[in-house]
Design a protein around this ligand. Structure first.
Ligand SMILES: Nc1ncnc2c1ncn2[C@@H]1O[C@H](COP(=O)(O)OP(=O)(O)OP(=O)(O)O)[C@@H](O)[C@H]1O
Ligand SMILES: [Mg+2]
Length: 269
């Protein structure tokens, strides 16, 4: 379990805390959504949960981040990288900058963890296929569209198969088809055992994916509860969050006993 225990964080040089007293746990195999208006602190919570803040970017942390009861501050960074994967809001910052093809880029993370070659090739191929980007395998990762880069960054994380995955608006630059593929891929990943914290404005995607949802307001945790319950709460709009439209429809379809085809992974994947 990954736990944020009354976490506050102040960016280096900032006058005040960006987030204050956030307590949130990410249980094994759970998908937790993180929503909130712009500047409410979603990205900051992602940086703290992944262990990058303050370790990689400075600033001041209050409270603790724990994995299986142990403070991440005391864990070696190479160990943390294999345990908690993060996908940034801007995919360009995610690319390694040292690979020449998308295939190498996706394989880069697991290759650095010393995974054997056959397994590496298998995982990389599978990740590309899951996100429908096999066709990009030989392309230069620096010459892709924002949406393609986002899918490549996500494929890298799928190939890494970390136990915890922190995603900051992973579908921000994707069209509905790309968003659906990401939803399916994350669902499959969670079923395989990864716990996922996902910041998103697209509440329709969260409705099909998350068990629980946390709502941030000006750096504080305003609500935390079951996804259905939180997404149906009247206060959402006042907090700058658009309630899901398709989610409601999907729930009606589910209630009628029809398969949730838009989110369920295909058998055998
Ligand atoms: N590098 C930084 N230095 C100082 N303050 C920052 C920095 N990054 C973010 N902040 C501040 O921290 C607060 C939370 O910002 P954050 O980026 O976490 O919000 P967000 O919910 O991710 O917003 P968005 O929806 O726009 O991505 C804001 O007040 C923001 O101005
Ligand atoms: Mg953000």
């Amino acid at each position: 379990m990954l736990v944020l225990d009354t976490v506050s964080y102040r960016y280096a040089g900032a006058a005040g805390d960006a987030v204050t007293k956030i307590s949130l746990d990410l249980r094994d195999q759970e998908v937790v959504g993180l929503v909130g208006a712009n500047e409410s602190g979603k990205s900051t919570v992602c940086l703290v949960a992944s262990g990058l803040a303050p370790r990689a970017i400075g600033g001041v942390l209050g409270g603790r981040v724990l994995i299986d009861g142990a403070d991440v501050a005391g864990r070696p960074i190479h160990e943390l990288v294999g345990t908690v994967g993060i996908c940034f809001q801007n995919p360009e910052t995610q690319l390694s900058g040292v690979t020449e093809t998308v295939f190498e880029e996706v394989a880069f993370g697991p290759a650095n963890l010393g995974i054997d070659r056959d397994e590496l090739v298998r995982r990389t191929g599978e990740a590309l296929e899951t996100l429908g980007i096999q066709g990009l395998a030989r392309r230069d990762p620096r010459r892709l569209s924002g949406g393609q880069m986002q899918l490549v960054a996500l494929a890298g994380l799928l190939a890494l198969q970390p136990r915890y995955l922190v995603l900051d608006e992973p579908t921000a630059q994707l069209d509905p088809a790309g968003t659906r593929l990401v939803g399916e891929a994350l669902q499959a990943l969670a079923q395989r055992g990864s716990a996922i914290l996902i910041a998103e404005h697209k509440t329709d995607l969260l409705a099909g994916l998350c068990g629980r949802i946390a709502v941030l307001q000006r750096g504080e945790l305003a609500m935390l509860g079951g996804a259905q319950e939180v997404l149906a709460d009247d206060r959402l709009e006042g907090l700058g969050i658009a309630a899901p439209v398709q989610g409601r429809l999907q729930r009606r379809i589910d209630a009628l006993g029809l398969a949730a085809t838009s989110i369920a992974p295909e058998p055998g994947r």
